[in-house]
Design a protein around this ligand. Structure first.
Ligand SMILES: *Cc1c(COP(=O)(O)O)cnc(C)c1O
Ligand code: SF4
Length: 399
């Protein structure tokens, strides 16, 4: 009976939160964001979650009423809930984990800028987001007030970019650049647009997922103004589960497309949330219906308190293998691993290539569609390539 009473009060508290939020106004969602101390009002918390909330070594808690509404108050396995509410895994620092596994600080010539690839840089624009995703790979900086990027820091970053004509592509991330005021976004885009060698800019933002109402007319006017012949603006967002693909999110994406911003998705492979072939296939089918192309599927990084989300490497490869043939290629992400210690990103693919027979000049493949072995011929060439050679007896036994 007591249980029922608690359940009713949670449903009631949720209804009140939704009612006091002006639903289509993003400011109202930001004002009514839910923080750690309020989670018990909106979720029937498990013991593990209560420990996580008290003792997390990761980022603060925040969720917009819009995103909270997608979560289940009573089911601790709800994928959306797991991205909002900390659990006890977040209190453990595993020996293999480090706050900066990718060595972004070492590769940072000025505050907030990582220059790892010659022609592109990562710009940390701000430390705040609408929802603080429990799995965030930038947990080191995100949600921490002392990581705030001041105007002077950004001016220094722009000066560095101006001084380096090899930089063609600026990836703006954080934090979430769309959590900056419009005026700050306009200034950043105007600065980048005015640097002749900067040709591309990418906004890494989760607001299309967590607060699609942020994509307002005035923001679109700014984006359209600077998305021109000297600067091509892309948006990379992060949908992780089909439950996130709502009508509101779709409308937000369509508004971006109308001002010529191409939208791609960078999902993160998360244990118990989307590390399942069919969930990942359904997610990418829904994304295509929203006109979002698949870009990356990230293998989670070794950041502190991340053990609850990390999956074996083979999971990601299996998922990509399953998807091939069941959805158009623009719906299949590249499975990437951002190598520890500043090695950059590499892609991992299922092994459909079986090997080469130099005698017959034939390659053997396993078909993703039929599951059978198929053959193809190697033309004569003056260049030489090395292929894994399959010996005659192996070759004869292929089936
Ligand atoms: C991921 C990343 C980029 C962009 O990589 P792409 O493969 O071009 O998307 C650039 N710089 C840093 C430091 C990165 O981590
Ligand atoms: S929106 Fe991005 S940067 Fe912000 S917490 Fe989520 S994953 Fe991290």
């Amino acid at each position: 009976m007591l249980g029922n009473h608690v359940r009713e009060s949670i449903i009631q508290a949720r209804a009140e939160l939704y009612a006091k939020t002006e639903w289509a106004e993003y400011h109202s969602h930001l004002k009514h964001r839910v923080h750690a101390k309020d989670l018990h009002k909106y979720f029937l918390l498990t013991e593990s979650e209560e420990i996580g909330i008290k003792e997390t070594i990761r980022l603060n808690v925040s969720a917009s009423p819009y995103y909270l509404k997608l979560s289940d108050p009573f089911d601790p396995h709800c994928p959306i809930r797991r991205m909002i509410v900390p659990d006890s895994h977040e209190t453990v620092l595993s020996p293999e984990e480090s706050p900066d596994p990718l060595h972004e600080e070492r590769l940072s010539p000025v505050k907030g800028l990582t220059h790892m690839y010659p022609n592109r840089v990562l710009l940390f624009s701000n430390h705040s987001c609408t929802v603080y995703c429990r799995h965030c790979m930038r947990g080191r900086k995100v949600s921490a007030n002392d990581e705030r990027m001041e105007e002077a820091d950004l001016i220094q970053a722009f000066a560095y970019i101006k001084d380096h004509p090899e930089i063609e592509d600026v990836v703006i991330s954080g934090g979430d650049p769309l959590n900056l005021p419009d005026s700050r976004i306009e200034w950043i885009l105007a600065e980048l647009n005015a640097i002749p060698h900067v040709r591309l800019c990418r906004l890494g933002t989760r607001n299309p997922v967590t607060l699609p109402f942020r994509i307002t007319k005035s923001l679109l006017t700014i984006l359209e103004k600077y998305n021109d012949d000297s600067l091509s603006i892309f948006c990379n967002t992060q949908f992780n589960h089909p439950k996130e693909c709502t009508q509101e999110a779709k409308e937000g994406i369509l508004r971006l497309l109308k001002v010529g911003i191409s939208v791609g998705n960078q999902a993160v492979l998360l244990k118990g949330i989307n590390d399942d072939k069919e969930t990942m296939l359904q997610l990418h089918k829904k994304l295509l219906e929203m006109r979002v192309r698949a870009y990356y599927l990230y293998d989670p990084e070794l950041i502190p308190g991340s053990r609850g989300f990390r999956t074996p490497l083979g999971k990601g490869i299996q998922i990509i293998e399953y998807m091939r043939g069941k959805i158009g290629g623009m719906g299949i992400p590249h499975f990437v691993n951002d190598l520890p210690a500043g090695g950059g990103k590499i892609t991992l693919s299922p092994n459909w290539y079986l090997g080469y027979n130099p005698k017959t000049r034939q390659h053997a493949f396993r078909s993703a569609l039929t599951g059978k072995v198929h053959y193809s011929f190697e033309p004569e060439s003056s260049e030489s390539f090395t292929y894994p050679i399959l010996g005659e007896n192996v070759w004869d036994q292929l089936e």
